[in-house]
Design a protein around this ligand. Sequence first.
Ligand code: TYM
Length: 323
Amino acid sequence: MRILSGIQPSGSLHLGNYFGMMKRMVDYQEHSELFCFIVNYHALTSVFDSDFLRRQTYGAVCDFLALGLDPEKSVFWVQGDVPEVTELTWLLSNVTGMGILERSHSYKDKTAKGIPASHGLFAYPVLMAADILLYGADKVPVGKDQKQHLEIARDIAIRFNNTYGDTFVVPEPDIEEDFATVPGVDGQKMSKSYGNAIEIFADEKSIREKIMRIKTDSTPVDQPKPLKDNILYDLYSLFLDERDRAALKERFLNPGLRYGDLKKELVGVIWEYFTPYRNERQRLERDRQYVIDIMREGARKARQAAAVYLDRARHNVGLDYWY
Ligand code: TYM
């Protein structure tokens, strides 16, 4: 079983990224063949500051390594180090209908938020399909916001196979109900661009400020608290196993819970959860040569795997005129 997923270095990574994708990827590497990458070509659709992009890409690499991605067990690379993916994007473009891209929610959302409506942004799902098909991925762990992108990737794989003969694996999305949409502090989906994210490696003060900003309902202390759409409950639950989650539920359902106390408690829980990773991240941030060597080796392995599918696709469309 080949498992693959990517993450954009367009801003600092947050709890939604961690629980929706990163933690699940790290867990998968113990018993699957894992392919994981930082998608800097995709980030070019919204980031136009080259220094910022370099910094964020390096930062995202350090985040993933610190959080437990093991480059000995998995293939871990930066998308732009394997430019073959842009060639495959072109081959896929010719079996991608305009209609399917025109219906993309993410394109509409991003342009509505002021990201320039470029061809790159419009073709974003085709590059993402190439990311997945180039490595023959069976399963793609993502949050719910990527569901439509996965449907487009499947559609493109099927159309390509129908047009040119069996070439690609048709991938399956892997969305985990409990972590499908982690809410931000304002109750909307947590996102790098909504100003509502709790960053994984934020300092304690800014975590506290964000958590204190969460709006709570006005149920009196001596009454049970609602669980539905309760941001505090949803965020706290992320850090708990099944037993502790049941205990938290009890606290909500029994009178006496004070939201203010619970907020302070949650700040401590978040801070402590990431403390060991934080120390490792600081070490990696300083050890640039070590990190760059890891990524170079990752790109070499990714390139090797990519060659299998790219050669097959080039042959099946007829680019090898000497054949
Ligand atoms: P990106 O960088 O926006 O997010 C990375 C991963 O984090 C998940 N995620 C969330 N999950 C739950 N709750 C949230 N609030 C939340 N916010 C983000 C995302 O669903 C995603 O899984 N287009 C992709 C990157 C990409 C990709 C790929 C993914 C490019 N090529 C190939 C898989 C396979 C993106 O922008 O993710």
